[in-house]
Design a protein around this ligand. Sequence first.
Ligand code: CMP
Length: 136
Amino acid sequence: MVEQTLIFLKPDAVRNRLTGRIISRFEDRGFKIRGMRMLTLTSELSDKHYAEHIDKPFYPGLKDYVMSGPIVAVVLEAENAVSVVRRMVGDTDAGLAQPGTIRGDFALLKSENGIHASDSPESAQREIANFFESLV
Ligand code: CMP
C-alpha cells in the first residue's frame, strides 16, 4: 500500500552537512518527496513530537539536542514507506546499526543518532500533522 512517512534530519546531521547525502538515499531508492522544510524545534513542538518519551530520564538531554539547531523534516511516499524507511535508517542505537544504514554510516550514539523516522503508519500521520499542517 502506498504510504507516507516522516523523517527529520537532526541538528548534528544538518551541522555536519549531511542533508543532501541523506535525502539522496531516499530519492535514489525511489521515494517521492511530498513535503520538506527546515525549522528549529520549539519546546512545544519537541514535547508534542516526543510525547511518549516526556517522562523518560533521557528526555531532557534529547530535547536539548533536538533543539540545538535547525532540522530538516521531509515527508516521503512509497509502497510500505514506513517499514522501508525504518530499515534504511537502522537501529536506534547508532553504535549497533548495520553498516549501509544511515545511522550505521553517519552516527555512533543512541542519544545523537542523526535522523528520526516514524515507527508506524499511525505515528506517521500524527507526526506529519505536527510538522506539515497544510498537508493533512
Ligand atoms: P528517535 O527515533 O528520534 O526517537 C526517540 C529518540 O529517543 C531516539 O531517536 C533516540 O535518539 C532517543 N533515545 C531513545 N532511547 C534513549 C536512551 N536510552 N538514551 C538516550 N536517548 C535515547
